[in-house]
Ligand binder design. Sequence first.
Ligand SMILES: [Zn+2]
Ligand SMILES: [Zn+2]
Length: 245
Amino acid sequence: MFLISDIIKRVFFPDDYGCIVCGRRGLHRKEHGNAVFCDKCFATVKRVGDVVCTKCGRRIGSEDSLCESCAKHDMRFDLAASVYCYEGAARTLVHRLKYSGAQWVADIGAKQMAEAYDEEAMPADVITFVPMYPKKERQRGYNQARLLAEGFAKRLGKEAVPQLERIRNTTPQSELDKDERMENIENAIGVAENMKESVEGKRVLVVDDILTTGSSLDECARALKEQGAAAVYGLCLCSVSEKYE
Ligand SMILES: [Zn+2]
Ligand SMILES: [Zn+2]
């Protein structure tokens, strides 16, 4: 119940909180997804924009090309997109969502994802999310990708379906380099036993919080396509721009 009242308060009484990043109150309000940013913090929120990797959707330096990660690995998802570059205030907020229990960030993020979602480019029969290892999810109390997927799906009048599961625990991807990430997550995700039949022939949209190398999404696509999914798309709140990798 804490979560619901926290969201309601932030939506209806945003001034009580000041800037959701730095806490400053008063002047220089910028309404953004039912949240209030100060000018200074808002200036650091960067949308991914138009010059993106044609596969994973991260911001890159030149048009109509692949990022380094997608050029090197034959990604098994069909296409992915994200809303923000993983830097500045967007990075701060996602950090809070992941590590400080700020579940209300997911509601703001889901709204932005629903507005940015291009249904023609990524038509989905099913919406799901990148799963967490059960023990890790119990420790955190929630899976932030699931919260984003549920908020996103609700805005489309749909439901987020838990189709995938972590089969084994892995080293946190954030502790590894690009190639290690790929190896670390290979065969770590599977389609849940009771979902196997519902995957066949379906176009599946997988929601996640951050796209870094694309390896988690690639592993989800492997599992879903082995089970007969017709297409796998990815939608992330943030992605790491190429120059920062
Ligand atoms: Zn601020
Ligand atoms: Zn890419």
